[in-house]
Design a protein around this ligand. Structure first.
Ligand code: F7E
Length: 359
C-alpha cells in the first residue's frame, strides 16, 4: 500500500523536518510518520494558557512524546523568531500546517484568520528563503476550501478557485505565494490541496467529531441531543493519517508541484449522521423540515439531533469532491481508509473515551 519507487528522493535517516502546528491533528500524525521512518523531527507550538496542548501528540506516540522531538515556542506572526528557529534547527523540510483552521469561525474573526493563514505562511517562506542555498523544502497546507463555490465537478489541480470564506480567501493567498516563491526564488515549495480529513484527533467543533463524540455521549446518557447546521453540505472525507503520508510523498519528488489529495467519494453531513448512528444501533429516523427537522432515535425513544441556524454559514460551500488521479499516479499514493472505516474508528474511539477507557 505504501510503496515508494526507488527513484524518489529520500535523503535517509539524517533528514530533519520542522512542523508548524505540530500539536494539531495533522501535525501529530505527521510527526509520528516522520519519526517512524527515521527523521529528526522538531515542531513549533504557540504558548497557550489552556492545558492539554500536547494531548494529540502524546496520543499518537502512545502516551509519551520522544525526547528527541524538539518543541519551539513561536507563532506564525512572529517573523524574527521563525527565522531564528529555521537558522538554529536547519531543517531539510518544513511543513507549514499551523493555521486558524475553522471555516465558520473565520467569518467571526477574519483579521486574525488572515494574519495566521495568509501572512503566517509568508513569514515561514521568508524564513526558509533567508537560508539561501540551504533553503529547506517547503510544504503549504492548502485546502479544498479554495474551490468554494465549485466551478466544475470533481475538482482537480486545474479547477479555477472561488473561495467562500475569509478562511478560503486567506488560504488562496498562501497557495499563490508558495507558487510565487517557487517561480521567483527556485524554492522547493509545494501545495497539498487537501480535502476534508478527519480522525479520532479531530477538533470538537468540526462536524464529524461533533457527530461521533455527541452520539457517543448520548448513548452513555451524558447528553440528550446535538445541534447541527446544514445537513445537506457534501464533503469528500478522508483520514488524516493517509493525508499526511501524501504530504511526505510530495516533498520527496524531484520537482515541486501541487496535488489534490482526496478520496474521490462524497457524502453529505446527513449521511455521516446516518452511518455514525447506524454503527451505534440508534435507529435514526428524520422528521420535519429545514430548521424544524430532527433526528429521532427509535432505539432510545428520543430526539438526538436538532437543526440550529446558528451553525449556518453566511456563505456555504455546498459541495466538494476531489479528483486525486494526479496524486495516485505520480505519488503512488493510495488511502488505506474508506468512509466507513473512518467513521467506525472515530465512533470506537469516542465510545471508549465516554466509557472512561481513555484518560
Ligand atoms: O464543516 C457543515 C458545515 O467545519 C463541514 C477544515 O478542516 O475542511 C474543514 O472545513 C460541513 C460544512 O469542515 C455543522 O456548514 C453542519 O458545510 O467540519 P467542518 P469544513 O468547513 O469543510 C477543510 C478542507 C479545511 O481546510 C478546514 O480547515 O459541515 N455543518 N453542521 C457543520 N459544521 C460544523 N463545524 N458544525 C456544525 O454543527
Amino acid at each position: 500500500m505504501h510503496y515508494v519507487p526507488t527513484e524518489y528522493r529520500y535523503r535517509g535517516p539524517m533528514t530533519r523536518a520542522l512542523i508548524t502546528g505540530i500539536t494539531g491533528q495533522d501535525g501529530a500524525y505527521l510527526a509520528k510518520r516522520l519519526y517512524d521512518i527515521g527523521y529528526t523531527v522538531a515542531g513549533i507550538l504557540r504558548r497557550t494558557s489552556v492545558p492539554g496542548q500536547l494531548k494529540k501528540l502524546e496520543w499518537v506516540f502512545g502516551g509519551k512524546i520522544p525526547e528527541s522531538i524538539e518543541l519551539f515556542y513561536s507563532d506564525l506572526t512572529d517573523a524574527p523568531s521563525l527565522t531564528r528557529i529555521v537558522h538554529d534547527f536547519v531543517p531539510d523540510e518544513v511543513y507549514n500546517l499551523a493555521a486558524q483552521s475553522h471555516v465558520g469561525i473565520s467569518f467571526q474573526s477574519p483579521v486574525s484568520t488572515a494574519t495566521a493563514n495568509a501572512l503566517g505562511p509568508m513569514n515561514v517562506l521568508e524564513a526558509c528563503r533567508s537560508m539561501g542555498s540551504d533553503a529547506p523544502r517547503f510544504y503549504q497546507a492548502s485546502t479544498s476550501e479554495m474551490f468554494g463555490k465549485v466551478q466544475e465537478c470533481p475538482q482537480n489541480e486545474a479547477t479555477p478557485f472561488y473561495p467562500r470564506s475569509p478562511y478560503g480567501v486567506a488560504k488562496l493567498f498562501s497557495y499563490w505565494l508558495t507558487v510565487n516563491y517557487r517561480e521567483s526564488y527556485d524554492l522547493f515549495g509545494c501545495n497539498g490541496i487537501l480535502f476534508n480529513h478527519e480522525s479520532p484527533l479531530r477538533g470538537e467543533n468540526f462536524v464529524t467529531k461533533k457527530i461521533t463524540q455527541g452520539l457517543a455521549q448520548i448513548l452513555k446518557g451524558k447528553r440528550e441531543f446535538i445541534e447541527l447546521g446544514n445537513l445537506e453540505a457534501k464533503r469528500d472525507w478522508g483520514h488524516a493519517s493517509d493525508y499526511v503520508d501524501a504530504m511526505w510523498r510530495m516533498m520527496q519528488q524531484k520537482k515541486p508541484e501541487d496535488y489534490v489529495i482526496a478520496t474521490g467519494i462524497q457524502h453529505s453531513v446527513r449521511q455521516f449522521c446516518e452511518v455514525a448512528a447506524d454503527r451505534l444501533n440508534l435507529n435514526l429516523e428524520w422528521q420535519g423540515e429545514r430548521e424544524h427537522e430532527v433526528g429521532y432515535s427509535r432505539t432510545l425513544g428520543q430526539t438526538i439531533i436538532r437543526v440550529s441556524p446558528q451553525y449556518y454559514r453566511p456563505a456555504e460551500v455546498e459541495t466538494l469532491l476531489g479528483d486525486p488521479r494526479k496524486a495516485l499516479k505520480q505519488l503512488c499514493w493510495l488511502p488505506k481508509y474508506t468512509f466507513e472505516t473512518l467513521v467506525q474508528e472515530m465512533i470506537d474511539h469516542d465510545l471508549l473515551e465516554q466509557s472512561g477507557g481513555l484518560s
